[in-house]
Design a protein around this ligand. Structure first.
Ligand SMILES: Nc1ncnc2c1ncn2[C@@H]1O[C@H](COP(=O)(O)OP(=O)(O)O)[C@@H](O)[C@H]1O
Ligand SMILES: [Mg+2]
Length: 400
């Protein structure tokens, strides 16, 4: 018995008031709070502090150390992994002991486990969103040199992101980081993902009382297909002639549309004198969310940011704010007369992420305007949205 070794990132509580001498399963403490969890192996508890809610997962020291290091490094490379806050080591226990360490992460707000999205033997109309969510995250991790080693539906949390679903990696016990992954490593990770997903789809079928033959066993393969086409889009090497620089801009525009920022464009001469080989190095998938943060200070996920930026740009165009200073005055006006009041009204009206609520409202306003064939003011759109039960993005509208 003793006092554990705690490694805590700055800006967080010290967690010294917790009864570390006992296993988290035995804790009786005023900081404990109940939160919904997905399927998991290790004991997990949630604790509330002024700084927010935190998740404590108990596991053997070697695994805990690995997970802490990977999450810390991933912070620089993606926004779609849990934010690690601390590592706790009970040095008096054998390092293989199940209770010899714990990893503390910040509770991911407004997220839910995959079973919230299940309908019938699989994900029903949300299947396509799930394919994108899993494939997109895996590509992003691989681009940043992370071999996951255990990609599964239950090692992710999910969050509505405008018309899409965003996934967040919460379990990195088996992950390793490299400068870059080989094709073999990427394929191995995809094989693990397919095996895990097949097992999970069989579980879903069993859970919902359906025959195993009706399980969606091709989900993993479809994730792989989407993964491979996105990977190709990011890493494809193009040969262009020297007077085709517009193709460079086109390529960057396409990658930005997919949400990836472009760090470097590498133009190398080929053996045939006038030809140039173009490669791009992509960064995180935060192109629009960074832009929105820079322009307005608003924190939003990638697709939410894309939708909100077009609302802002539309507002600026409508109010004739074209010069640089006109734009910043216009942005301020949009923030204070449109975004902020709407978001605060939405928070009063319903629980959940108000930024997603704003995106839902914009979508509703757009549909209304289409039907009426004229612009609809915010107030009127809000009234109609509330009267219709504050709907989200219509699944039938989603691109297939
Ligand atoms: N940062 C987090 N925010 C919210 N919930 C979390 C977080 N980390 C873990 N959880 C919850 O705890 C459960 C277990 O997490 P996980 O890391 O997958 O543990 P295990 O290694 O036991 O599989 C998850 O299903 C999820 O519900
Ligand atoms: Mg897990």
């Amino acid at each position: 018995m003793g006092t554990p070794h705690l490694l805590i990132r700055p800006g967080n509580p010290e967690f010294l008031d917790l009864p570390w001498e006992q296993s988290v399963n035995d804790w009786v403490h005023e900081r404990l709070v109940e939160m919904p969890t997905g399927i998991h192996r290790h004991p997990v508890v949630f604790v509330a502090y002024d700084e927010g809610v935190f998740v404590i997962k108990e596991l053997p020291r070697r695994l805990a150390n690995g997970e802490y290091q990977v999450f810390r490094a991933l912070e620089e490379r993606t926004t779609r992994s849990a934010e690690v806050v601390g590592l706790v080591e009970r040095m008096w226990l054998d390092p293989h002991d199940e209770q010899s360490a714990a990893v503390i992460t910040r509770y991911v707000e407004h997220a839910f486990p995959y079973r919230h999205l299940v309908s019938g033997p699989g994900f029903g109309p949300r299947r396509d969103q799930m394919l994108d969510a899993v494939a997109g995250l895996l590509v992003e991790l691989h681009v940043s040199g992370c071999f996951w080693g255990d990609c599964s539906l239950s090692n992710l949390l999910y969050r509505y992101d405008a018309e899409a679903i965003e996934s967040i990696m919460i379990d990195a016990e088996t992950s390793r980081l490299y400068d870059r992954l080989s094709d073999g490593q990427r394929s191995e990770d995809l094989e693990i993902m397919k095996l895990n997903l097949a097992g999970e789809m069989a579980d879903i079928a069993a859970m919902t009382g359906l025959d195993i033959d009706r399980a969606d066993f091709t989900l993993g393969e479809d994730v792989e297909t989407r993964y491979r086409s996105l990977w190709h889009e990011l890493t494809e090497e193009l040969v262009i002639t020297r007077d085709e620089s517009y193709r460079i801009r086109e390529r960057i525009g396409r990658l930005n549309q997919l949400g990836f920022s472009v760090n470097d464009v590498d133009l190398a001469p080929t053996n045939e004198g006038s030809l140039v080989m173009m490669k791009v190095e992509v960064g995180g998938r935060t192109f629009h969310s960074e832009r929105l943060r820079q322009q307005t200070g608003i924190d939003a996920s990638e697709n939410q940011a894309r939708v909100i930026l077009s609302d802002l740009n539309y507002y600026l165009a409508k109010h004739g704010s074209v010069s640089a200073s006109g734009k910043s005055v216009g942005t301020f006006k949009w923030l204070t007369t449109s975004f902020e009041p709407m978001v605060s009204r939405i928070s009063e009206l319903r629980k959940g992420n108000p930024v997603q609520g704003y995106c839902d409202l914009l979508h509703h306003r757009f549909r209304l305007a289409q039907r009426r064939e004229q612009d609809v003011p915010n107030e009127e759109a809000l009234e109609d949205w509330v009267a219709s039960g504050m709907p989200g993005f219509d699944l039938a509208d989603l691109p297939v």
